[in-house]
Design a protein around this ligand. Structure first.
Ligand SMILES: [Zn+2]
Length: 453
C-alpha cells in the first residue's frame, strides 16, 4: 500500500468535508418522523460509494430503513471483503448538555464533535475512503462489498431478513466492521468478543388513575415504590443476578483465560477518575474488565412514573415503567433470558399491582477466534499503522447483528474499531479524534494487503 499516508495528507480536507455532509443529515432511526432523513442519508452514501470507485451502488429496500449496498469485483477468483457499517445514529437528547449543535460538526481540540462523528458515520466513512485510496491508486488486491444499514441503533430488526433475501449478493469471505473502540491510541486493540443483549420494558399498574397522595397515600400500593423494590430484588448483596436459571448457560472463563485477559492494560484509578465515581461496583469476585468482558450484567436504562415536571405536584401514580437491559455473554440465549426475566419479575410482583412485560429487542453474543487468517491480517494492519501489536479484547458492548451474520451468511466478522472510550457515543458531545479517523483510513488498506496475500 504505497503512499497511503501521502494520499491521506493530500485529501484530508476533502475527506472531512464529505464526512460532514453525512453527519449533517439527522438520521435518527428511533424517531418515526425521521424516515425522510434516513432516505436522504442512504442516498448520500450511495453517491459516496460511486465517487469512491464502486462499480455499482444501490439504495435497497428492507422491511425498515433502506440498506445501502455497493461493490467492486475485480476478479471472481480473489477473496471478497464485505464491509458492514451503519448510517443511523442515536437520539441527541438531552440537547442542553451539548456544547455544540449535534448535527453541525465542529473540529476543536483535534476532534470532530457531532452525533455520528464516531458511531458509526465517522468509522464507516473511513472504509469508503480507504477503498477510494486503493481504487484510485490501483492497489485494490481483492473484491469489496459494502452493506451499510440504517437500523443498527434500534437493534437491526430488518437486516437478518435482508441477509436471508440477498444471500448470493452478499457472498464474501470475511466481514470487516469498524463500530467498536480500541483501548487507547498508544494501546491498539481488536475486539474479539461482544456481549449479547436482552432489552425489556416493565410496566407496573396500581390504581386505575393517578390519585391524590394525601387522601390515598399509605392506603394503596404505589407502583413507583413497588417497581423500585422489584428492581432492587433483581440482584443480591454480591451483585449476582437473582433471576432463577440466569447463569445456567454462562461458560466460566478458565484461570488461564483470566490470566491472559489481565495482561491488557487497565488503570482502575484512571477509570474511576474519568467517570467521576469514587468507587466501582459490580459482581463480587471479578475485576472491572472481567465484569464487562466475560460476565453478564443487568441495568435500568430508564424509569418514569408520576409527576416529573417542575415543582411539586402531590400524586400517587397509577403506573410506573422501567426499561431494563441485560448484557449477556456468548452461549447465553437472549430469547431464553427474556422469558426467564418475564417469569421472574411477574413472580416477585405483589398482588397489589398488575405487571406487563415486553421484550423490546435482543441478540446473541459473539466470539472471534484469534488464530484465523483474517484476525492475523487485522493484527498486522494495526501493528503497521500504530507501530505496536494490538491486544485482543472482549468488549462489554453488543452488536447483535454480528452473531446473525454468522448464522445466516456463514461468515465470520473482524471487529477492527478505531473509536476511543472518550468518544461519548450515544451521549451528548459525541466526538471522534481526527488522528483516529485518519489512522483508520491508513490501517484499513493494510488489512486488505495482508488478507489478500
Ligand atoms: Zn454503532
Amino acid at each position: 500500500m504505497e503512499n497511503v499516508k501521502q494520499y491521506i495528507e493530500e485529501n484530508k480536507d476533502r475527506f472531512l468535508e464529505e464526512l460532514f455532509e453525512l453527519i449533517r443529515i439527522p438520521s435518527i432511526s428511533s424517531l418515526e418522523d425521521h424516515k425522510p432523513e434516513m432516505e436522504r442519508c442512504a442516498n448520500a452514501l450511495k453517491g459516496k460509494l460511486l465517487d469512491a470507485g464502486a462499480d455499482k451502488a444501490e439504495v435497497m429496500p428492507s422491511k425498515g430503513n433502506p440498506v445501502v449496498y455497493g461493490e467492486k469485483i475485480i476478479d471472481e477468483n480473489k477473496p471478497t471483503v464485505l464491509v458492514y457499517g451503519h448510517y443511523d445514529v442515536m437520539p441527541v437528547d438531552p440537547l442542553d448538555l451539548w456544547n455544540t449543535e449535534p448535527f453541525e460538526p465542529v473540529v476543536k481540540d483535534g476532534k470532530i464533535w457531532a452525533r455520528g462523528a464516531d458511531d458509526d458515520k465517522g468509522q464507516s466513512f473511513m472504509h469508503i475512503k480507504a477503498f477510494e485510496f486503493m481504487v484510485k491508486t490501483n492497489q485494490l488486491p481483492c473484491n469489496v462489498k459494502f452493506m451499510l444499514e440504517g437500523e443498527e441503533e434500534i437493534g437491526s430488526p430488518s437486516l437478518g431478513q435482508f441477509c436471508s433475501d440477498h444471500k448470493d449478493m452478499l457472498t464474501a469471505d470475511v466481514i470487516l466492521v469498524s463500530d467498536t473502540s480500541m483501548l487507547a491510541p498508544d494501546k491498539p486493540s481488536i475486539t474479539t468478543g461482544l456481549r449479547g443483549l436482552s432489552y425489556m420494558e416493565v410496566e407496573v399498574t396500581g390504581p386505575n388513575k393517578d390519585l391524590h397522595s394525601g387522601i390515598f397515600g399509605g392506603a394503596v400500593a404505589n407502583p413507583a415504590n413497588v417497581l423500585a423494590e422489584m428492581i432492587a430484588a433483581l440482584k443480591d448483596e454480591n451483585n449476582k443476578i437473582t433471576i432463577p436459571g440466569f447463569y445456567d448457560d454462562v461458560i466460566e472463563a478458565s484461570e488461564e483465560e483470566r490470566k491472559e485477559m489481565a495482561k491488557a492494560p487497565f488503570d482502575l484509578e484512571e477509570y474511576k477518575k474519568s467517570l467521576g465515581v469514587a468507587e466501582v461496583d459490580g459482581e463480587k469476585g471479578y475485576t472491572t474488565p472481567e465484569r464487562t468482558g466475560i460476565r453478564p450484567s443487568l441495568d435500568v436504562n430508564g424509569m418514569w412514573s408520576g409527576y416529573t415536571g417542575e415543582g411539586a405536584k402531590t400524586v400517587l401514580p397509577s403506573k410506573a415503567t422501567a426499561k431494563i437491559s441485560m448484557r449477556l455473554v456468548p452461549n447465553q440465549n437472549n430469547e431464553k433470558i427474556s422469558e426467564l426475566f418475564e417469569k421472574h419479575i411477574k413472580n416477585i410482583a405483589p398482588n397489589t399491582v398488575k405487571v406487563n412485560v415486553k421484550a423490546l429487542h435482543g441478540g446473541l453474543g459473539y466470539v472471534s477466534p484469534i488464530e484465523t487468517k483474517e484476525y492475523k491480517a487485522a493484527s498486522k494492519a494495526m501493528a503497521e499503522a500504530y507501530g505496536k501489536e494490538p491486544i485482543p479484547v472482549r468488549s462489554g458492548g453488543s452488536i447483535p447483528i454480528i452473531a446473525q451474520f454468522e448464522q445466516i451468511l456463514g461468515i465470520k466478522s473482524i471487529l477492527m474499531g478505531f473509536g476511543l472510550e472518550s468518544d461519548a457515543i450515544h451521549s451528548p458531545n459525541e466526538n471522534y479524534p481526527l488522528e483516529q479517523f485518519f489512522k483508520g483510513i491508513e490501517a484499513l488498506p493494510y488489512f486488505y494487503k495482508y488478507y489478500a496475500k
